[in-house]
Design a protein around this ligand. Structure first.
Ligand code: G3H
Length: 497
């Protein structure tokens, strides 16, 4: 379906994208815009509003006012509106996906899948919310020593208030709706701060919420430089919950946030452990897909292969053969490897590769870079002295470290603070479970690459990788608080005996 009229109001006459507050798309009173570069062409592709701190205040005020009525809106009505949002996202998916291609160089098919996955996530959240939030508990006092049955405790779930949602550049639609949908279903209002790249796709997504007919002020979106409004947003007194996905900025946010529930996912150094009895074809395919999908710019990407020496040559050869076949080029052509999100990101990746080269890593595929486009790079004989053994490249570079045993692999994995996911390849389920138990990461995949989805599975990082747990059910549970109402009956009626 054509997106022209549907999306028309989100842009100003000059073409810059507007911010959204209290039911209206607006231009900022700052009179300034911020440019969004296309990672592939490195030209300015879009302009968005540079919101002021006063506009941040307005967004929170609108959210706070709208939330009062929304909290009293029946669950079935909230669910019906969310289903409408999901339908609009499917109907208007292509223009949103086109933005993902231009803003973050996501391959065109993956861009469209991100939008459809997001619509599915919203539908599922609406259904899950109906069941999970429609249930409470009744406790009677007589199970506690010395009490009679005269007290009845009614336990229910009530909204937190205003949720600040901050998604990352790599899933600006999907990781926005994974915050917005549970927040709204649970009766909260939202202020969204989209990532600097991904902001235009985020604006398209928000329009689906607006057009579905949500009450005005319930969803608001402020845009601009994180360096100018970021701290102001996260420290705002009207924030009742922060849901953040991104880099280590999250650690600084969590230190400053105070008495506010937080849900955070801050990346991972996801290790792939390959045992001597592994199905090497299966492991090689997983390393290839897990390491190089979206050019490695996923928090769940395979970021280190820890393979036992006996099978290391076989695995390395199979992965290298697969890397040769990856298509390198532009996102519009749906290539496997596309330019990374920014020049600074490309420079960081290159720094890790150069460090590994100087310290003796063996290049199974040659390193090559043109602008932000980095060819897929497979490094072997990586050692713990190399930065790439510990740091996330967030790019198309996969290091292989040869280990004497699975125990050595687990020890290396557990010495890293970025403990999001990991995976293990073995034909022995007993060994797989033992390794999973020993790995101190939020999730361990057995015989498959790390991944967040399906989106109702719990998703969490340990140590510096996150706070709380995501996934649809856990996000719904996190975005409410428990309320007890105690009915005190006539004590004499309940005298024992
Ligand atoms: O980048 C972080 C995402 O949560 C990863 O999601 O496993 O679906 O790619 P994914």
């Amino acid at each position: 379906m054509a997106g022209d009229t549907f999306y028309k109001e989100i842009r100003a006459a000059g073409g810059a994208y507007k911010w959204h507050c209290d039911g209206a798309w607006r231009e900022s009173t700052s009179g300034k815009t911020v440019g969004v570069s296309n990672p592939a062409t490195r030209a300015r592709e879009y302009e968005v509003q540079a919101c002021t701190q006063a506009e941040v205040d307005e967004a929170f005020a609108a959210a706070k006012a709208a939330q009062k009525g929304w909290a009293r809106t029946p669950l079935w009505q909230r669910a019906a509106l969310l289903h409408k949002v999901a339908a609009l996202m499917r109907d208007h998916a292509q223009p949103m996906a086109d933005c993902l291609v231009k803003e973050i160089a996501k391959p065109s098919k993956d861009a469209l899948s991100e939008v459809i996955r997001s619509a599915d996530l919203i539908d599922y959240t609406a259904e899950e919310g109906l069941r999970a939030l429609g249930e409470g508990a009744l406790l009677t006092s007589d199970s506690f020593p010395g009490q009679t049955r005269n007290k009845l405790c009614l336990v229910s779930k009530v909204p937190l208030g205003v949720v600040l949602a901050i998604p990352p550049f790599n899933y600006p639609v999907n990781l926005a709706v994974s915050k917005l949908a549970p927040a709204l279903m649970a009766g909260n209002a939202v202020v969204l701060k989209p990532p600097s790249q991904g902001v235009v796709a985020g604006s398209h997504m928000l329009q689906c919420f607006v057009k579905a007919g949500l009450p005005k002020g319930l969803v608001n979106m402020v845009t601009g430089k994180g360096s100018e409004i970021g701290d102001y947003l996260t420290g705002h007194p009207a924030v009742n919950c922060i849901s953040f996905t991104g880099g280590d900025t999250g650690i600084a946010i969590s230190r400053k946030a105070g008495m506010v529930p937080m849900q955070m996912e801050l990346g991972g150094k996801d290790a792939c452990i390959v045992c001597s009895d592994a199905d090497i074809d299966l492991a090689a395919k997983a390393v290839l897909k897990g390491g190089f999908s979206y050019s490695g710019q996923r928090c769940t990407a395979v970021k280190l292969v820890l393979v036992v020496k006996e099978v290391a040559d076989a695995l390395a050869a199979k992965v290298a053969a697969g890397v040769e076949k990856l298509r390198v080029g532009m996102p519009e052509d749906d290539c496997d490897i596309t330019p990374v999100v920014s020049e600074s990101s490309a420079n960081f990746i290159e720094g890790l590769v150069e460090d590994a080269r100087q310290k003796g890593a063996k290049f199974l595929t040659p390193y090559r870079r043109e602008g932000n486009l980095i060819w897929p790079t497979l490094l072997d004989h990586v050692t713990p002295e190399m930065r790439i053994a510990w740091e996330e490249p967030f790019g198309p570079v996969v290091p292989i470290m040869r280990v004497a045993s699975a125990d050595e692999a687990v020890a290396h994995c557990n010495a890293n603070n970025l403990a999001l996911q990991g995976c293990v390849f073995t034909r022995d389920i007993n060994k797989a479970i033992a390794i999973s138990d020993a790995m101190e990461t939020g999730t361990v995949q057995i015989n498959a690459a790390p991944a967040r989805g399906p989106d109702h599975f719990p998703f969490q990082g340990f140590r510096d990788s996150g706070i709380g747990s995501q996934g649809i059910r856990n996000s719904l549970a996190m975005m409410v608080k428990t309320k007890s109402t105690v009915v005190n009956l006539d004590k004499d009626s309940y005298a024992s005996g």
